[in-house]
Ligand binder design. Structure first.
Ligand code: DSN
Length: 420
């Protein structure tokens, strides 16, 4: 969809060949590789068009009808459309679509409700948590007193009784329920009960599972958590960005937490992309997509489990799972670089109670949102599972595993994403 041609004699109308060539190489890379990175997906052409639109030219600090710049009538229209669609998608009464990312959304909530040194209770990074939930290297870990809950050593799943006990002892101002590498359903009702019993705010970070919630494949946090934050580019399959959802009574607090609290002008072109993605997620076909993501994930996970790999927590309920490589003589780094060299792209990941650093790790994380978006199903999961198993079991024998590259590329090419 080309909406406009350039009329100005002053603006450059020559394509940037160098950049164009790199974009084409990236299109080829995305087409020729099987992406299993749990946080990645493919945005539709309509989303990409909106992101590349003239809204990038517009400054719009503030919110609809309350801007610090003139000429915002269509910005107001697009932001209101995005907000209405997001509220419809999650059955919510207030949202903010300006966060540039999930970290920005989280940081804005912290700024809105916490004072420096206030206590946060959140999930340990190694057990599936996120950097922005209080890691010492993140602003959240520097400005607040953060306590972490772990998964249970045996089940490798959240133990809500332990979390409750910790909350009663610590008395945090904020409890965070959410993760970036947790393969199980999160019980937001239990978290609500814990927050109520201990007088804490509850924030659900649904960055990873937003698309699953929208597609009815994971219980919602809306109506339970005081604040729900998330990203639009993972299972939600939209542009790169974040959002916040809450009850209307928090609107002013959260809006000011984003602007002027932690951001300046919104990226209106990204908000336009979000509006498109929210409409796409409202289509009945998106529910089918979310269902297929989870079915594919369970199939791939089950296959690799049958192949003898130790799956963290024994399985998966969502779009991702983790393989513990401790019994094999390899690190997550070894596994991810070897597989990437054979056109299977995933990421190394720390696992619960990992003894290795985040640079090496004892695990890999596998997600099916992107593969499902290109139309892959059970048959393809079986093939991918066979190849991953073969590569991990023979990773030091380069000659033996080399043919997997051609097979993986051929399969990827049978499911192209974009052409040019
Ligand atoms: N880095 C993202 C992920 O891969 O899960 C989370 O921000």
């Amino acid at each position: 969809m080309q909406i406009y041609n350039l009329q100005s004699p002053v603006l450059n109308n020559k394509p940037d060949k160098e950049v164009e060539d790199i974009i084409r190489k990236e299109i080829d890379r995305q087409n020729h590789n099987i992406t299993l990175i749990a946080s990645e997906n493919y945005a539709s052409p309509a989303v990409l068009d909106a992101m590349g639109s003239v809204f990038t030219n517009k400054y719009a600090e503030g919110y609809p009808k309350h801007r610090y710049y003139e000429g915002c009538e269509y910005v107001d229209e697009i932001e209101s459309l995005a907000r209405n669609r997001l509220n419809e998608l999650f059955n919510s009464e207030y949202c903010n679509v300006q966060p540039h990312s999930g970290v920005q959304a989280n940081t804005a909530v912290y700024l809105a409700i916490l004072k420096p040194h206030d206590k946060i209770l959140s999930m340990n990074l190694k057990d599936g948590g996120h950097l922005s939930h209080g890691n010492v290297m993140n602003i959240s870990g520097r400005y607040y007193e953060v306590h972490f809950y772990n998964v249970d050593r045996e089940t490798e799943q959240m133990d809500y009784e332990v979390i409750k006990k910790m909350a009663k002892e610590i008395r945090p101002k904020l409890i965070i329920a959410g993760a970036s590498s947790y393969p199980r359903t999160i019980d937001f009702k239990k978290f609500r009960e814990i927050a109520d019993e201990t007088g804490a705010y509850l924030m659900a970070d649904i960055a990873h599972i937003a698309g699953l919630i929208a597609g009815d494949m994971h219980p919602t946090s809306i109506g339970l958590a005081d604040f729900t934050t998330g990203t639009t580019h993972k299972t939600l399959r939209g542009p790169r960005g974040g959002f916040i959802i809450a009850e209307k009574k928090y609107a002013t607090l959260l809006d000011t937490g984003i602007f002027p609290g932690t951001q300046g002008g919104p990226l209106v072109h990204m908000i336009a992309g979000k509006a498109v993605a929210f409409k796409e997620a409202l289509e009945p076909s998106f529910k089918k997509y979310a269902k297929n993501i989870v079915e594919n994930c369970k199939a791939l996970c089950g296959f690799l489990k049958n192949e003898g790999f130790r799956i963290v927590s024994g399985g998966t309920d969502n779009h991702l799972f983790l393989i513990d490589l401790t019994q094999l003589d390899m690190t997550g780094q070894d596994a991810s670089t070897t597989l990437a060299s054979l056109n299977i792209v995933l990421n190394k990941n720390v696992i619960p109670f990992d003894k290795l650093s985040p640079n090496l790790t004892s695990g890999i994380r596998i997600g099916t949102a992107a593969a499902t978006a290109r139309g892959m199903g059970m048959e393809e999961m079986q093939k991918i599972g066979e190849w991953i198993s073969f590569v991990l079991k023979n990773w030091q024998n380069r000659t033996k595993i080399a043919p997997i590259k051609g097979k993986a590329r051929k399969l990827a090419d049978e499911f192209p994403v974009y052409n040019y």
